[in-house]
Write a protein that binds this ligand. Sequence first.
Ligand SMILES: Cc1cc2nc3c(=O)[nH]c(=O)nc-3n(C[C@H](O)[C@H](O)[C@H](O)COP(=O)(O)O)c2cc1C
Length: 231
Amino acid sequence: MTHELGVMDAISTTRSIRRYLDEPVPEDVLRDICFAASRAPSGSNRQNFRMIVLTDGPVAEAAKQLVATAAHGIWAEKRRNDGYEGGSGTDDTSPKARMARSMDVYIEKLPLVPALIFPCLIRYRAPTSTEGASVYPAMQNLLLAARSRGYGGVVTMWHMAVETQLSELLEIPDGVFVAATVTLGKPAGSHGPVRRQPLAHFVYDGTWGTSPAWATDPPGTQHTGAGPAKH
Ligand SMILES: Cc1cc2nc3c(=O)[nH]c(=O)nc-3n(C[C@H](O)[C@H](O)[C@H](O)COP(=O)(O)O)c2cc1C
């Protein structure tokens, strides 16, 4: 396995990639990123997570189309309800309008996305609020490994609107939790720094609300507020 990036650099630059070059993800890359996923922790080391990887062929195409149709409906509603079509959303140069345009393009091209991955969890007991903790570390390992190999993706929840159809198409047995829909490919744009709030915002010193003096960001860290852009 080749390692192009150190762990901290990968973590600092693994942001959501929604624009992909029209080229397949090579099998050795799929192998490496799935290997990274497979090394993730799970409760009692049950290793009850699975990655359904879809690239090409009729089943993959049908799954991509299902996800695209779901995403189209969800995004159309969000576009209407979250003010993307009014206020600053009507100013073509506003961050909100730019975000809406990039989502439009992303969703339009979803049927052609190079790879679609469904991280899943085989349930061994009734759903609990912590069950995701045994599948999301694997998903994040996968994304970090993809970044280190020059690939990028985005975590989405598009599958939720078409879960029944997907389960049928992909022969997912009862008792399996589809935890996310990850789209993946070679970025059409460039990777860049992840933007979050400053470190002190996230870290408390023993008791709630007080940040330790050591909670400082590395030089050059870029920040952003939480939640959807308010402009
Ligand atoms: C649990 C979860 C659900 C998400 N759902 C969606 C989604 O349905 N559609 C989408 O385009 N992005 C989705 N995202 C991506 C987030 O919008 C994105 O990670 C966040 O805005 C931070 O941006 P960044 O990853 O580029 O730093 C989701 C991310 C997470 C962790």
